[in-house]
Design a protein around this ligand. Structure first.
Ligand SMILES: NC(=O)c1ccc[n+]([C@@H]2O[C@H](COP(=O)([O-])OP(=O)(O)OC[C@H]3O[C@@H](n4cnc5c(N)ncnc54)[C@H](OP(=O)(O)O)[C@@H]3O)[C@@H](O)[C@H]2O)c1
Length: 332
């Protein structure tokens, strides 16, 4: 089978596209014929040598996939050949990745793909959708009628947060860079969009939500706590999920006096059972068109190195080139 893999960590050009042996389904696993995969920033950190955990050798890159079950291993009763499925969590915590024509995946990480949802859409919704769900439902506990601010409203995670927060009955304020992305963010359902390149975020939040927001979701890798705390109301929650090396200043007094709380998490540490609950809601929202993933473009899997270069430039170098997810397909 063809796969996108590395034999050593480093720049995007370390990714080779070539032949590796077909995987077989071990106990508790299924083999999936991959229809589509999508890129996440963490794929690029791992490829670049982040060294969070030991990598298989060779290491197939990628976490998110969708496709069709073609073989079922011993002990798997809930899945059959021909089932359309999606999932995330591959290539993480020492597991092999999924940017390949065929992948062997533990059944605990597999969810059914609704009939009216394409492989491209399912793959594009996977890690970012689970992250948004975990943050909104399990950590921030967003409730109907609350106001949430999302910094990065057309990003991979942010675009999911905007749509899910609307589906949960919240008022949404989000940022986007430039008028075109601002329009896109409104089409996702944001009630108010702040063009962070031309408008003052604190002033605009004060205008749209006098008294502050109930939830402040930071997607940037350099969180701004002074901004966040000044824009939060009493008992507000801040969600923090990016920026491992960030050491920003923190306004202690204003934070605790308002009774605010800070919720950090990494999606890949949520249990398979918790993530399955997220996937059920995601499937429901995808089927009912309450949530639609933002796909920047669909590329051939053979261009995995170029996709990593684009993702890195967008997320790490903040070149702001992408509008949503990069999806790759083995047979394009
Ligand atoms: N903890 C977890 O479980 C978890 C899960 C998923 C992701 N993450 C991390 O979360 C971060 C975001 O992931 P992602 O997939 O959403 O990345 P992404 O698609 O690259 O989104 C980042 C967004 O940041 C926005 N941005 C850049 N500069 C900005 C600025 N100065 N002001 C406001 N917005 C700005 C960009 O908006 P414009 O396009 O409008 O410029 C972009 O859409 C990454 O660091 C990722 O590693 C963590």
């Amino acid at each position: 089978m063809k796969a996108a893999f590395i034999r050593e960590t480093g720049a995007p050009d370390k990714i080779q596209y070539g032949d590796l042996p077909d995987p077989s389904a071990g106990p508790g696993q299924v083999v999936v014929k991959v229809g589509a995969v999508s890129v996440n920033p963490i794929d690029t950190y791992i490829r670049n040598g982040a060294n969070y955990w030991p990598l298989p050798e060779p290491y197939i890159v990628g976490a998110d996939f969708a496709g069709t079950v073609v073989a079922v291993g011993a002990g798997v009763s809930e899945l059959r050949e021909g089932d359309r499925v999606w999932g995330s969590n591959q290539g993480l915590m020492g597991r092999q990745g999924c940017f390949a024509e065929l992948i062997a995946v533990d059944a605990q990480w597999i969810y059914p793909t609704p009939t009216d949802v394409s492989d491209e859409e399912a793959a594009a919704s996977a890690l970012v959708g689970i992250t948004a769900h975990l943050g909104l439902v399990h950590h921030a506990r967003l409730t109907v009628g609350e106001t949430i601010f999302v910094r990065g409203g057309v990003g991979g995670v942010g675009s999911m947060v905007v749509q899910m927060a609307k589906a949960m009955g919240a008022k949404v304020i989000a940022t986007a860079g430039g008028s075109e992305k601002a329009d896109l963010c409104r089409r996702l359902g944001a009630d108010h969009v702040i063009d962070y390149r031309n408008e003052n975020i604190a002033e605009k939040i004060a205008q749209y939500s006098p008294g502050g927001v109930n939830v402040f979701w930071e997607t940037l890798r350099d969180p701004d706590f002074d901004l966040a705390v000044s824009c939060m109301c009493e008992n507000a929650r801040m969600v923090l999920m990016a920026g491992r090396t960030a050491r920003p200043e923190f306004p202690v007094g204003p934070f605790y006096v308002k009774g605010c709380s800070l919720h950090g998490f990494a999606m890949f540490k949520a249990s398979p059972e918790v993530q399955r609950g997220c996937a059920q809601d995601i499937n429901h929202w995808l089927s009912s068109a309450r949530v639609k993933p933002l796909v920047d473009r669909v590329m051939p899997l053979s261009q995995a190195a170029e996709a990593h270069r684009l993702q890195e430039a967008h997320t790490v170098a903040k070149e702001s080139q992408l509008k949503g997810k990069l999806v790759l397909k083995p047979n394009l």
